[in-house]
Design a protein around this ligand. Structure first.
Ligand code: MSP
Length: 514
């Protein structure tokens, strides 16, 4: 079978510090989309990595008395450890310090230079001497350095420039012809007006620091970080090398998932680089919102950084993933709070889903000696539940097609909620007291178990450990054919499976202890 290909990427993170819950959000979202595409029959490639060059990193290493590479090696290990803990299943992790990446960046810059899209000029900017960094007028905060708040001076530096301006009209036409390229639409409009104000050429080399990829035709220059970083999306696929099978297979990417702060780089610089190289453009750049704190943006200096490892230890990885994905719609900002997290766990996970499972398995144990019975012909109440179950996989697919992860989960929970209501309406505990209602009891308990199976298959991309805990309770751990997306056709759960009430999936959190 020739599966549809799907290539998704996260930003490559700066190894300047430990990652926080905001970074975890991006990667967990990408992982869930990748897993969702896999379970719905796509051939998926999921890339993440680290963006290791630049002055900031060079300086952080110096401050610790380490070489830059020793310094980043350790931090990159901590990234990989975090992704493992978060059950992030990437296909590849690209580091910009790897030779396979450097070679491609040099090839790209060389080609652009040869075809006249890169030229030498001088760069004028506001220079902060203590920080050894240039800033544009627009980056300054009240005329001072945005990092250290000290005086800056106007200086010139020899630099190479990329003729972005040449491509502005082509870019605008592309954006008009491909209205879905930049998501959400609000970001698209921002980018269009930014380019319409006049696109300047981009300074693509620096001489003020060393920790970077050398410009091949002028090695006192290193490649500016964004040109280096963006190229990761194709260097990881072996673009331009002897073995470019992955590139041939997966490029162009289906989705670059990025935070709203870096949408501009991904939707203007990157497409124009690709146009200049005559390569296809990614199909979509999705700029997600920020996870904020009451106390403002998360930052180490403010001491308000939320460490995902601590949360995983406390609440478990599935609950954290669920909270991140459910709480903020992908395009919008949202506030993180531990209280909101605990509420999601108590209400959605412990009450709605966990309790549905434990109540039903308990009743089957008590009334039917733990053996699931086949249902009889459905009545009205049953039909409503069954219809909703039958529609939900498609509703989830539609939401995921639009990258509306939160909405996809809401659809699954609508079904779970309907099943809880159905239990109240049909009251199996009353049916169990009347022998003449035995068929009805079988039908009701069967229907709820089948809804649980549906919901459990559908949540697997978001909470990958839950199905493994639920299948034994339904007695179908040895039946992988009932764990697939294709199996979401009503009535597949066989009669006679041995059901048992298992461990509590999501223990309730005592809100007073937060
Ligand atoms: N290295 C660049 C990306 C290069 S991609 C070719 C970079 N790195 S970063 O580590 O600073 O940020 C990576 C991503 O984390 C960005 O998409 C950013 O938006 C995201 N987030 C950082 N803090 C965040 C929140 N508080 N909330 C949500 N996402 C956040 O930029």
């Amino acid at each position: 079978m020739n599966k549809k290909r799907f290539y998704i990427t996260t930003p490559i993170y700066y190894p300047s510090d430990k990652l926080h819950i905001g970074h975890a959000y991006t990667t967990v979202a990408a992982d869930s989309i990748a897993r969702f595409k896999k379970i719905t029959g796509h051939d998926v490639y999921f890339l993440t990595g680290s963006d290791e060059h630049g002055q900031k990193i060079e300086r952080s290493a110096q401050a610790k008395g380490q070489s830059p590479i020793d310094y980043v090696d350790k931090i990159v290990e901590s990234f990989k450890h975090l992704w493992d803990k978060l059950d992030v299943e990437y296909n590849d992790f690209i580091r910009t310090t790897e030779d396979r990446h450097k070679r491609v960046v040099q090839m790209v810059i060389e080609q652009l230079y040869k075809q006249g899209d890169i030229y030498k000029s001088s760069y004028e900017g506001w220079y902060c001497t203590p920080c050894e960094t240039f800033f544009t007028e627009y980056q300054l905060v009240e005329g001072k350095c945005p990092d250290c708040n000290r005086e800056v001076e106007l200086l010139q530096e020899e630099s190479y420039f990329f003729r972005m301006s040449k491509y502005a009209d082509r870019w605008l036409k592309y954006i008009e012809d491909n209205p879905d390229f930049i998501q959400p639409t609000s970001r698209r409009n921002e980018m269009i007006s930014f380019v319409k104000q006049g696109l300047e050429d981009l300074c693509v080399s620096r001489t003020t620091f060393d920790w970077g990829i050398k410009v091949p035709f002028d090695p006192k220059h290193v490649v500016y970080v964004w040109v280096d970083a963006l190229t990761n999306y194709i260097s990881a696929l072996g673009y331009g090398t002897e073995d470019d099978r992955l590139y041939q297979k997966y490029w162009p990417a289906n989705v670059h998932l990025v935070g709203k702060d870096i949408v501009r780089f991904h939707t203007i610089i990157w497409p124009i680089m690709l146009m200049a190289l005559d390569l296809p453009l990614p199909k979509k750049v999705m700029g997600h919102g920020w996870l904020l704190l009451d106390s403002g943006k998360m930052s180490k200096s403010k001491g308000n950084v939320v460490d995902p490892l601590v949360l995983i230890e406390k609440y478990g990885v599935d609950a954290i993933r669920y909270y991140l994905l459910r709480e903020l719609p992908l395009g919008s900002d949202g506030y993180y709070s531990e209280e909101a997290l605990a509420k999601r766990i108590n209400v959605d996970l412990a009450n709605d889903y966990g309790n549905l499972l434990s109540r039903t398995t308990q009743m089957i144990g008590k009334y039917q000696q733990g053996l699931l019975q086949k249902p009889q012909a459905p009545g009205d109440l049953d039909a409503e539940l069954i219809d909703l179950a039958a529609q939900t996989p498609q509703a989830v697919e539609d939401a995921m097609e639009k990258l509306e992860i939160s909405n996809a989960l809401a659809n699954i929970w609508k079904l779970v909620g309907r099943a809880n209501k159905y239990l109240e309406e049909t009251s199996p505990w009353v049916l169990a007291k009347d022998e003449s209602q035995a068929d009805r009891l079988n039908t009701v308990l069967y229907n709820v178990m089948e809804v649980i199976r549906f919901a459990t298959v559908m949540i697997s991309p978001f909470m990958p450990n839950i199905p493994g805990k639920v299948w034994p309770q339904l007695g179908i751990e040895e039946k992988p054919e009932l764990h697939t997306w294709e199996s979401l056709k009503w009535g597949q759960l066989p009669g006679g499976t041995k059901v048992h009430k298992g461990e509590v999936l999501f223990p309730r959190i005592d809100l007073t202890k937060i």
